[in-house]
Design a protein around this ligand. Structure first.
Ligand code: MG
Length: 204
């Protein structure tokens, strides 16, 4: 399986990093080794001094597809989960400044903690109105709603599948809202979809 992540999918987040608001989805990949084993703490890697949390809704693909049109995209997933796209912001800025790919800032081991459970689409109702949040040490630091996505889930699937075949079990991280910030050793992160707790992570 592969993990495909959308960047700059929320205007407020693009602005907080002083990035242009994109006209087409921006995506990058993380390898399967980016998944964090269940109930494992997250250890800050030693190559970064500015590791940021990015809370994101995650779509799990349940059907093989290529060149999927937006109209049929909804038949390629049934479940939505929650994940963190950990980003070594200092490493990423350095790569961006040199015009290089920022893979190493995004795709390192365990950089994609994921909720153990996923929620059925049918239980979520309107997929363009899913609220989600991240708490750091019991304070809300990120608050998002899928209604603020620049490209909705179906548009993302249409776009990605022009370039890459989607397979059963592939995960799509759909982008983060504003409020990204650095994590420190000892922090406690909790992620919610609505008021359902999806993620609980200790930073070591
Ligand atoms: Mg992200």
């Amino acid at each position: 399986m592969k993990i495909i992540c959308i960047g700059r999918n929320y205007k407020d987040h693009a602005k907080e990093l002083k990035n242009e608001v994109p006209k087409e989805p921006v995506f990058f990949l993380k390898p399967d080794t980016a998944l964090l084993p269940k109930r494992t703490p997250f250890y800050i890697p030693n190559f970064t001094k500015d590791l940021h949390h990015e809370i994101e809704l995650v779509v799990k693909i349940n059907k093989l597809g290529k060149n999927i049109s937006k109209k049929y995209a909804h038949t390629y997933y049934n479940e939505i989960g929650l994940g963190i796209d950990f980003t070594a912001r200092d490493v990423q800025q350095e790569c961006k400044a040199k015009g290089l790919p920022w893979e190493k800032a995004k795709s390192f081991d365990y950089s994609a903690p994921l909720s153990e459970t996923f929620i059925q689409k049918s239980e979520l109702g309107n997929l363009n109105n899913i609220s989600f949040s991240l708490l750091k040490n019991k304070q809300t630091v990120q608050n998002g709603n899928s209604s603020d996505m620049l490209f909705d889930i179906d548009a993302i699937i249409e776009y990605i599948s022009k370039f890459i075949t989607l397979k059963i079990g592939d995960l799509i991280f759909t982008g983060t809202p504003a409020g990204v910030s650095a994590v420190s050793i000892g922090d406690h992160l909790e992620g919610f979809i609505g008021d359902i707790k999806m993620l609980d992570l200790k930073i070591k």
